[in-house]
Design a binder for this molecule. Structure first.
Ligand SMILES: [Zn+2]
Length: 172
């Protein structure tokens, strides 16, 4: 089932999410719904708080090449366990901040540990877009948005645009 994506500013996007201690069927269903919502948007990553659920859960799939098999990832309690000194700059966007993009600098390579959909511990090294995406999504679990990396003026400008967008949506 597709879920509604919250638009910034929203207090739920600023919350620290709780670790998943019991991997229930409800949480698995939530993860599946998040993937469906993400693909439908379309997007390459989605974090639980973006649909109003304050659990440490993210989903992503950064496969972009036409014809390449999709690689949906479901991560409970994802954690960056190591990151490179080398950085990368990507023009980031966010499904909670539609049509706004800005360059963000992050570590180029990160090791991430998480619990998968079956409850197994996983660990993998991510590079390039995958690394940027996983860091962006994990930030969401700590109440942090990509615009928090921008200079205050730029951040305020984007926030005002989003407030206007939400007012327009509310009138529809
Ligand atoms: Zn985002």
């Amino acid at each position: 089932m597709k879920r509604n994506i919250l638009i910034h500013p929203d207090p739920r996007l600023k919350k620290i999410c709780s670790p998943v201690v019991d991997l229930t069927d409800e949480l698995r269903q939530l993860a599946d719904d998040m993937l469906e919502t993400m693909y439908d948007a379309p997007g390459i990553g989605l974090a639980a708080p973006q649909i109003g659920m304050l659990d440490r859960l993210i989903v992503m799939d950064c496969v972009k090449e036409e014809g390449e098999a999709p690689r949906p990832l479901i991560m409970f309690n994802p954690e960056v366990v190591a990151s490179s000194d080398e950085t990368n700059v990507y023009e980031e966007g966010c499904l909670s901040i539609p049509e706004q993009f800005a360059e963000v600098t992050r570590p180029k390579i990160v090791d991430v540990a998480w619990i998968d959909r079956d409850g197994n511990a996983q660990r993998e090294t991510f590079d390039g877009l995958w690394a940027t995406c996983v860091q962006h999504e994990i930030d969401h679990l700590n109440g942090k948005l990509f615009i928090d990396y921008l200079k205050p003026m730029k951040r305020q400008m984007i926030t005002r645009k989003m407030q206007k967008l939400k007012r327009e949506q509310a009138r529809e």
